[in-house]
Design a protein around this ligand. Structure first.
Ligand SMILES: *Cc1c(COP(=O)(O)O)cnc(C)c1O
Length: 393
């Protein structure tokens, strides 16, 4: 067998992540590798922390990118904040909430599950009851934007409830950061993790996290050592901490961080509010186009995530065949349903750089063609026309 270079095809990424990575970010990653303790690299680390504080809207000193994907950010939050035997209220309304429960169990803690339907937001009322019934709960954990269903939950209201009960808040912001309003300090969130490959449009493999002063105090007062060596923040801070000697802990993914830094610069240049507005704007265009094609969004308008659109697969249409057709004919990736929604929905991402007019129009054109290919009756051309007229308003 002969081996050769891998040249990836040029895709348009409109799934649940990764999203399109701009040439600007790709070029940043191609710059020369330097040492992870090089004084110039240390300067870049400080820059990244500052930009992350901007993105999260926080002054938390303990704000840094974990050298691993979003799932590692999730695990970093749980293993540091949660001790064996503690009670953690976990809200489950999709795949990622379920993963939170597994994290709690693996910490040797006791999950108190607040269950909501897949496709519904986390019920603020149910959480209020759970907090009342479990005054000893140490942490309330929930997913801000549930990527498996396309639902936004009211993180501000949930965090406020927890704060009143002296319970720490742990939030999954992997899909929400950069795409919808998020205010870590304003809302009083204590531990939060995100990803680079969703609304920040950097390459996958890094997970920004941030911890409040209260969370840091809890971590410092732990009775049991953090069971993960790699994720133990007490050790990581020897490398990433502000007053640290910057001693070796692990080798940071130097070039990936160049790219991540560039993506944060892009966000800062655009402005957080403008980025949130852009995601919503293109979501509106996609929505009118999908509806004109006779397709239906599954999530209630009140809690719809603009950056992740769950679309009902019409009766008689082969869900997987449509995705394969889009990939092969249009070089366009959209997502399949996850878990309980497998086979029932497509997930169309409008994340980061992918939230743009060209992508919306391409996606509607490609879906139109795919429905035609499936022999599904619809008004040909109506989707693109509706979106174009939305944009021309
Ligand atoms: C993608 C995602 C994750 C996991 O991130 P990875 O980078 O794939 O590990 C966690 N939570 C949510 C809500 C996500 O969308």
């Amino acid at each position: 067998m002969s081996h050769k270079q891998f040249i990836p095809p040029k895709r348009t990424l409109m799934g649940p992540g990764p999203s399109d990575v701009s040439v600007r970010v790709l070029h940043a990653m191609a710059r020369p590798t330097i040492g992870h303790l090089d004084p110039q690299f240390i300067m870049l680390m400080d820059e990244i922390k500052g930009l992350l504080q901007y993105a999260f809207k926080t002054n938390n000193a303990l704000t840094l990118p974990v050298s691993a994907p979003g799932s590692a950010g999730m695990e970093t939050c749980f293993v540091n904040l949660v001790e064996p035997g503690e009670k953690v209220i976990v809200c489950v309304n999709g795949v990622f909430g379920k993963r939170m429960v597994e994290n709690v169990e693996r910490c040797g803690a006791i999950p108190v599950i607040v269950q909501d339907e897949w496709g519904a937001a986390v019920s603020v009322d149910k959480v209020e009851v759970a907090l009342k019934e479990n005054p000893d709960a140490a942490v309330l954990a929930f997913v801000h934007a549930e990527t498996s269903t396309g639902v936004i939950s009211d993180a501000e209201a949930l965090a406020a409830l927890a704060r009143n009960k002296n319970c720490l808040t742990l939030v999954d912001a992997v899909t929400s950061l950069g795409g919808v309003e998020l205010d870590v300090d304003g809302w009083g969130i204590d531990a939060i993790y995100s990803g680079t490959q969703k609304c920040l449009s950097a390459a996958p493999g890094i997970s920004p996290v941030s911890f409040s002063e209260k969370a840091v105090q809890k971590i410092q007062k732990r009775k049991f050592p953090v069971q993960s060596w790699f994720m133990d923040l007490n050790l990581v801070m020897g490398y990433w901490g502000s007053n640290a000697k910057r001693a070796y802990h692990h080798t940071a993914p130097v070039n990936a961080l160049y790219g991540f830094h560039e993506s944060l610069l892009v966000l800062k240049e655009e402005g957080l509010d403008a980025a949130w507005t852009r995601h919503n704007y293109h979501h509106e265009a996609l929505k009118v186009g999908l509806e004109a094609l006779g397709l239906e969004l599954t999530v209630d308008e009140a809690c719809r995530a603009p950056q992740l659109n769950a679309v009902r697969v019409p009766e008689g249409v082969d869900e997987a065949a449509v995705r394969t057709y889009l990939l092969n004919t249009f070089n366009l990736e959209i997502g399949a349903g996850l878990g309980a929604l497998a086979g029932k929905v497509w997930r169309i991402g409008l994340m980061g750089q992918s939230a743009c007019r060209e992508n919306v129009v391409l996606c509607l054109e490609a879906l139109d063609s795919a429905l035609n290919n499936q022999g599904y009756p619809h008004k040909a051309g109506a989707g693109v026309a509706a979106a174009e007229s939305f944009y021309e308003q």
